[in-house]
Design a protein around this ligand. Sequence first.
Ligand code: HMG
Length: 416
Amino acid sequence: MSAVTVGIDAIAFHGPGAYVEMAALAEARGVDPAKYVRGIGQRQMAVATPCDDTVTLATEAGRKALEAFGVDPASIGTLVVGTETGVDHSKPCAVYVHELLGLPTACRTFETKHACFGAMAGLTTAMDWILSGRANGRKALIIASDIARYGLRTAGEPTQGAGAVAMVISANPRLVELDPVLSGDYTRQVMDFWRPLYSKYAQVDGHYSIDCYLDAFSGCWEDLRERAGERVAELDITALDACLYHVPFTKMAKKAHHRHWEVQLGRPVAREDPEVAQITASQAERVQPWLSLNERVGNIYTGSVFLALLDYLRRLDPEREGRAFSLFSYGSGCGAALQLARTVPGAASFAAQLDPTPDLDARKELTVEAYEALCEACERADENGTELADPARWEVGGTLCYTGTVDHRRQYTRVD
Ligand code: HMG
């Protein structure tokens, strides 16, 4: 690592106040609940109301990160919102968030889009901004915010979700140091998942998208190995305390870890091969323990790998502080990055600030009928002049709400 360390100084999650149980959704769809709960690996799925949008989720996550870690909004010199579910073809979500958080006008503010990879692109851009000296002591706020929608009764339906993760990136961070050398990139034009301009719902070639994800992991790992040079031993999985992957559904992270071992071993590992026991034990040690938040929220696209990171950090044992871990972000279409990082001594002392479970526990459980009604209302909530985004109608309170589009302008109100 270089003398100046750069990384994550604060992090927080914010999601909608409602969810549906995956077992209940499976029953309503005539599917064995074990498929959703064990096969896909999801327990619950966050459900956005028409009053939640990418801006409200991002702003609330940003507010929580700044407040919980005592970061002065005046110290923010770059704001990036990574999203693939923006609210306007031209105007970035980031500029609404900038106003709602009261950030300084002397701030570079923009939105990044590359499916689920957008926030990781923002994070590494922020690292470069600080390392180049342009930040001049200021910090960057990077927010991953999305609402994942495939539509009712589609194969993708159990892999929906909604939420945002906000991170403050700074020199001499309190939580995580990002390695400026040990990272690998990958880009390839593929049609695995996309959302045409005319549609609110993603088009997806589900099983192909899994292959594209795994191929992108292999590509990143090869690039990382080439860049590592004499530090190649640091890439060994057994040297890593945790392996955090993009989590469209938690089973996918386990598939990614299997591929991680395959690229390290330099050959495929089949079910009957002796290495399977070692890989299974490694999954149990380095992957599974940090998926409990993703299991309860679902796919949040750009933020999902950072939700796994939050889970890892909130459970950090002081004895494991300073150990290295990997972060893999995959965005369909496709672009990906594999980044090595390590926790900072003292990071475990922030466990209370890092724990989003009280908010998750306070969410309202929806019946499948109520979930379907919300999805249908969300389809038209962005239209000009509708009254669908009414907080009283959806019993939303205690948070920032989108309250509709009036005279073609989006309206935001804090509801108590
Ligand atoms: P599917 O065809 O409904 O499910 O699609 P399946 O038949 O593949 O079964 C899923 C798993 O459940 C399998 O496990 C089954 O064996 C198991 P696996 O073999 O894979 O380990 N299963 C059962 N287990 C226990 N009891 C049972 C049972 N039945 C089956 N009774 C799919 C699943 C994920 C493809 C679908 O939901 C989908 O299309 N989702 C959206 C696409 C997606 O999430 N792709 C992931 C990779 S791409 C990515 O991550 C990028 C993304 O986030 C977008 C972006 O970048 O912006 C999506």
